[in-house]
Design a protein. Structure first.
Length: 440
């Protein structure tokens, strides 16, 4: 049985889903599971919850061990066949607060700030040095392991690992799995769910639903476009930005409207504040979520444990299915984040793209998609530009690449002058202290 190491195991709910899924797989249920984190309290919470799942749904067949702190990191990784990454460097306080409050001083508002924009750039730059340490350890103690990255910013972190380390890396997100289902349910087309056929490709959080057909091969997009336009015109709802994509670009994309509102210069505009209400955009959404999760964690933990009666059903997350496909050599199809190398012809070869991939005993094999519609490739490029420059900043430690990444960010550039962008970057770098000391 394989050894599965979970980095950032204090992400308890996510660790429960991924590792609970593994315990539900006959091929993986006897795995050795290594839980690693730097927070002793959250690591202990995860150990309690996962031991309860192991007892209740798996007859205790998995072996679960915990590893606390950087001094034990190498042992957590030693001999691992698979490494799942779900770390958050700097946490809510101080880093997330900083990523929102300093840009706000300059008039730059954000919604989530974990994948793109100035918040995504800073999160990527403070996370890559930690992941460099993971890579060095893995190259020494588990050189053949597959690294499954769930941490955002996906395009920046996964792209860096794939280009600048020797670690086999795949980037994973659950937005692909729920994309067409969410769309059809929002439009009252649930009768089209069974047997549907879809194609999704692009970049993480902006993968495009290129094709959607029903079980009989009928194209669903004409009706989708009609209903989406009607819904946006007649009511307020939580997916108005993506429905505007359908109207103006012709296609729906994978990640939520609150994310996509800040991936372009079209919706969050200080000159047109009425757009925030018109498109129902939740500014400062991520800090609100963090506060709620922190305040309610003890209650949520107790509800999860349910007086020790916790159970688990296999989730939609890809990780366990990937591990199972590699271990058993039974093919499985995913939407994964890989270095492009021609999978999407009209995006750069060194971009991190999200495309269909085949998983089996030989690992991850990306599929060739061809060309995206030109307007969709253009939208992706505005985000890829930022990702490539942030990666270059991390690889070279040159501050000018940080400035350039921020200057080319579509939302940031639409709101701020060059001087303000440079000053904001400097202020953020200073405020993040030791997390960003390598960029001073």
């Amino acid at each position: 049985m394989p050894k599965i190491t979970f980095m950032g195991a204090g992400s308890t709910v996510f660790a429960r889903n991924v590792l609970g899924d593994c315990m539900c797989s006959p091929a993986l249920c006897e795995s050795e599971i290594a839980l690693y984190d730097i927070d002793p309290g959250r690591l202990a919470d995860s150990e309690i919850i996962l031991n309860a799942i192991n007892k209740n749904v798996n007859d205790g067949r998995a072996v679960i061990r915990t590893y606390l702190g950087e001094e034990n990191r190498k042992e957590a990784l030693r001999g691992a066949s698979f490494v799942v990454n779900a770390i958050q460097v700097g946490g809510y306080d101080p880093c997330t607060i900083t990523d929102f409050e300093i840009p706000k001083k300059y008039g730059l508002r954000q919604t989530i700030a974990d994948s793109l924009g100035i918040g995504g750039i800073m999160r990527g730059l403070r996370t890559i040095p930690v992941m460099q340490g993971f890579a060095r350890d893995m190259e020494e103690v588990c050189p053949d392991a597959l690294f499954l990255n769930y941490t955002n910013p996906m395009g920046i972190l996964t792209g860096y690992m794939q280009r600048y380390t020797g670690v086999r890396t795949i980037g994973l997100c659950h937005s692909v799995q729920v994309c067409s289902k969410t769309l059809l349910e929002e439009l009252g087309m649930e009768d089209k769910l069974d047997g549907r056929v879809e194609t999704i490709a692009g970049i993480n959080h902006m993968g495009w639903l290129l094709e959607l057909r029903d079980r009989d091969g009928n194209d669903l997009y004409p009706e989708i476009r009609r209903r989406a336009a009607q819904k946006n015109a007649s009511e307020k709802h939580n997916d108005m930005v993506r429905f505007a994509y359908i109207k103006h670009l012709g296609y729906y994309c994978t990640e939520s409207s609150e994310h996509n509102a800040e991936y372009n210069p079209l919706f969050i505009k200080s000159k047109y504040p009425e757009l925030i209400e018109a498109y129902n955009i939740p500014l400062d959404e991520y800090p609100r979520r963090c506060i709620e999760q922190i305040e309610k964690w003890e209650e949520e933990k107790n509800n999860i444990l349910n007086d020790g009666k916790i159970t688990h059903e296999r989730s939609r997350e890809y990780a366990s299915y990937i591990i199972e496909a590699v271990v058993t050599d039974k093919p499985y199809k995913i939407g994964g984040n890989v270095i492009n190398k021609g999978s999407i012809e009209n995006l750069p070869a060194d971009a991190c793209v999200e495309v269909p991939c085949l998983v089996d005993g030989s690992g991850i094999t990306p599929c060739r998609v061809g060309r995206l519609p030109v307007q969709l490739a253009a939208m992706n490029m505005t985000n890829i530009n930022v990702q490539l420059l942030a990666i270059e900043a991390a690889a070279t430690r040159k501050k000018e690449y940080i400035y350039q990444a921020a200057m080319l960010d579509p939302h940031t550039a639409a709101e701020l002058s060059v001087d303000d962008i440079v000053n904001m970057c400097d202020e953020l770098i200073d405020a993040h202290g030791d997390y960003m000391k390598m960029y001073r």
